[in-house]
Ligand binder design. Structure first.
Ligand code: AMP
Length: 615
């Protein structure tokens, strides 16, 4: 079996790692970076790009560049988070047939797993070109706080990318794996993970290769981008005050502003003041306008203090759920690029009453942990036992729309719960079941995972039929449901609408499309390479004709000129086979020029030699 790689599929950046001689190593991408922007851009000709090239395109073509797709994974279009994302994203967010939030670029719609698959595929390519072998299996990480739909959407993304996702593990657990890989004594660790789009806090106990998550909490819609957005707001209103122009109405200007805001934020992690310069950001009748302003670290801190404070509520919640006091935490691990911000570090230190552990790279530790888990599955390193928990309670809807919990949050997974269902009226032929995940009292406030009917039920007085429904949460945190009619002992087939928002058929279709895309992509590349070669040959042949016309027989020149013309025509028509054929023809006829030239040089040299010996 080949390597099982570890992929940290981040909101802003992704990272891939593998285990080399027992040690986790991050794989740099061909541009030499250890993380790759999770950005996909679509060009007019259908070509798509992933990574830093795509991120650059985002500045000029924001409407066809997809950033932060992780924020839409597994969301319904109507959800508050999807609506918020739709308002802020420069690309269009639309409603799919099933009511999920999808992305529309030009006239094509993409589901979030499809876009994530493009990022996963890129990470796989990065690994394959580095390792020099095919990679088929991966461990992919998700925020601990992801619900079933978000996890299923991530698994679907892996499938579309042609990867066997061997396990989905929680980002904080992965970080703890990389940190505590050799930890022998028991330690209580808090993993504080503030990335581009999500926040997670997990409390773990690590001892002798057993990683036991005690509790987890967080917010899937809180991260560095909220800080960027707050900064963009501030800069846009400063500009509006001075120029009267609202940059928020101009998508391209807004995207440039966003890039600069993020850059300024990074700089303020190490400096106390920075300058923001955006020449020609707008114009009015008085001419072009430039945005030039200074920002102090303290100003940024005042601006976003409230956002950072929002991470502390879940920290308290996680401690309470784990039954552990703040002072009992031995180590605090910081994960996610946003934890580089000094204010984040100081707020975390104040909260836990001790300084965080500094020796792990917050951008890489998650992928490294995932790679270790992959290596353990492949038998390359000692097996570690991961005891994760489900972040959200699982339950069903009961009378009056009340949410009835079957598996409370922070239960160690895999886990299982059983419930007997019956009828409420005589001769009822089916029982509808609505499965949900969340912490609110009323069903409508929680995330709906699936709705199905137990049927057929034999005619009987109400309350008599007994159907046992089993709810499983597997080690990936994904929910599975099965049912049994206790009267007949017959297994009930349950058709659960795929909670990733994509059915198996959808996934199959997308894979086929992706394969077709790959083929056209290869063809496009082949055509581009042929064009290149043809243009180079045309250049040298045309020069040869111009320079050597006098010294080469007329029929050779005429032939070359005719072949040049044909090749020009073929390039214009864009037919790869014809280009290749006429390229070969021109190569042969152009050789004749060289032959004639070198032939004449030889003859001249010979003639010269003869003249000398005569004298
Ligand atoms: P991640 O999702 O872990 O890749 O985290 C990305 C987030 O970290 C983005 O919002 C980045 O802007 C932010 N980030 C990265 N480096 C820094 C830094 N030096 N200072 C502040 N934020 C940073």
């Amino acid at each position: 079996m080949g390597k099982i790689i570890g992929i940290d599929l981040g909101t802003t950046n992704s990272c891939v790692a593998f285990v080399d001689n027992g040690e986790p190593r991050v794989i740099p991408n061909p541009e030499g970076s250890r993380t790759t922007p999770s950005v996909v851009s679509f060009a007019k000709d259908g070509e798509r790009r992933v990574g830093s090239v795509a991120k650059r395109q985002g500045v000029t073509h924001p409407e066809s560049t997809v950033f932060a797709i992780k924020r839409l994974m597994g969301l319904s279009f109507d959800s508050e988070q999807a609506q918020k994302h739709a308002r802020l994203a420069p690309y269009r967010v639309v409603e799919s047939e099933r009511g999920d939030a999808w992305v529309q670029i030009e006239d094509k719609r993409y589901s979030p797993p499809e876009i994530s698959a493009m990022v996963l595929e890129k990470m796989r390519e990065v690994a394959e070109s580095f390792l020099g072998e095919d990679v088929t299996d991966a461990i992919v990480t998700v925020p601990a706080y992801f619900n079933d739909a978000q996890r299923s959407a991530t698994i679907a993304a892996g499938k579309i990318a042609g990867l066997e996702v061997r396990r989905i593990i929680n980002e904080p657990t992965a970080a703890a794996l990389a940190y505590g890989f050799e930890e022998k004594e028991g330690k209580r660790v808090a993993v504080y993970d503030l990335g581009g789009g999500t926040f997670d806090i997990s409390i773990l106990e690590i001892a002798n290769g057993v990683f036991s998550v005690k509790s987890t909490a967080g917010d899937t819609h809180l991260g560095g981008e909220d800080i960027d957005n707050a900064l963009v707001e501030e800069l846009a209103s400063r500009f509006q005050k001075s120029s009267g122009i609202d940059l928020r109405d101009d998508r391209v200007a807004l995207q440039r502003l966003k890039e600069q805001a993020e850059k300024a934020k990074h700089e303020l992690s190490s400096s106390l003041e920075t300058e923001i310069n955006l020449p020609f950001i707008a114009s009015d009748e008085t001419g072009p306008k430039h945005l030039e302003t200074k920002l102090k670290r303290s100003e940024l801190e005042i601006l976003v203090s409230e956002i950072v404070d929002r991470t502390l509520g879940p920290c308290g919640q996680a401690l309470t759920d784990a039954g552990i006091k703040r002072e009992e935490i031995d180590e605090i691990l910081l994960v996610g690029g946003q934890t580089r911000m000094p204010m984040v570090q100081s707020k975390v230190s104040d909260f836990f009453g001790k300084a965080p552990y500094k020796r792990v790279n917050p951008d890489e530790v998650v992928a490294m942990g995932a790679a270790l888990q992959g290596a353990a599955l492949a038998g390359e390193v000692e097996e570690m036992l991961l005891l994760d928990v489900t972040p959200l309670s699982l339950g069903v809807e009961t009378g009056g729309g009340v949410f009835h919990k079957l598996i409370p949050r922070n239960t160690t997974v895999p886990t299982r719960a059983r419930e007997i269902f019956t009828t409420s009226v005589d001769n009822q032929s089916f029982v509808p079941i609505h499965v949900l995940q969340g912490e609110r009292e009323m069903s409508e406030d929680n995330k709906s995972l699936a709705k199905f009917e137990l049927a057929p039920i034999l005619p009987a007085p109400r309350g008599v039929p007994e159907i046992e429904v089993t709810f499983d949460i597997d080690a990936d945190g994904v929910v599975n449901v099965s049912a049994k009619d206790l009267g007949t002992s017959r297994e009930q087939a349950i058709r659960v609408v795929a909670s990733s928002g994509l059915s198996e058929e959808d996934i199959k279709r997308i894979i086929e499309e992706a394969d077709a895309y790959k083929t056209t992509d290869e063809k496009r590349r082949e055509l581009a390479e042929l064009r290149n070669a043809a243009e180079a040959l045309l250049y040298t042949s045309e020069r040869a004709v111009a320079e050597c016309r006098e010294m080469v027989p007329e029929d050779v020149v005429a032939q070359v000129e005719a072949d040049i013309e044909t090749l020009h025509q073929c390039i214009e028509n864009g037919d790869a086979i014809a280009i290749r054929d006429s390229l070969e023809t021109l190569e042969l006829s152009a050789y004749k020029i060289a032959e004639a030239m070198y032939g004449s040089v030889d003859l001249e040299a010979q003639a010269e030699g003869e003249a000398q010996s005569d004298s």
